[in-house]
Write a protein that binds this ligand. Structure first.
Ligand SMILES: [Zn+2]
Length: 127
């Protein structure tokens, strides 16, 4: 799979376009078992906040938050595709939808590791 140092990503309808700087290629691609991700089903990879630029359609994104209202999940208002979210587990990172990357077939990544998000570290009172 070819990941450029600067790689473009798009939602399905093309209203939203992201430019991602990924000096280490696809970082930590994973699924997550939290209540949100298990329904969404997307494989997410990590990029630092400063390495994600919305080049088109910022006003076409809608924000979804739940539970502690910390993570910020973004979706295209037109086609409904999840593009990225700011993580709760690491607020210095965005997770990006690998399936939105230009020229990338997410099924080529299988098997993908599953992050234990249903037992989120920030939900544990024993920490
Ligand atoms: Zn769209």
């Amino acid at each position: 799979m070819d990941i450029n140092r600067v790689h473009n990503a798009k939602c399905h309808c093309g209203a939203v376009e992201l430019e991602l700087t990924m000096p280490n290629g696809l970082e930590d691609p994973r699924r997550c078992s939290c209540s949100m991700c298990r329904k969404r089903g997307a494989i997410a990879a990590s990029v630092l906040l400063e390495n994600l630029k919305i080049v088109k359609g910022e006003d076409n994104l809608t924000l979804y938050q739940f539970n502690t209202m910390t993570a910020r999940h973004y979706f295209c208002k037109t086609c409904g595709i999840y593009t990225h979210h700011q993580r709760r587990s690491n607020p210095h990172q965005f997770a990006i939808n690998v399936a939105c990357l230009e020229g990338v077939n997410p099924y080529d990544l299988e098997p993908v590791k599953i992050y234990d998000g249903i037992h989120h570290p920030k939900d544990s009172i024993n920490l």
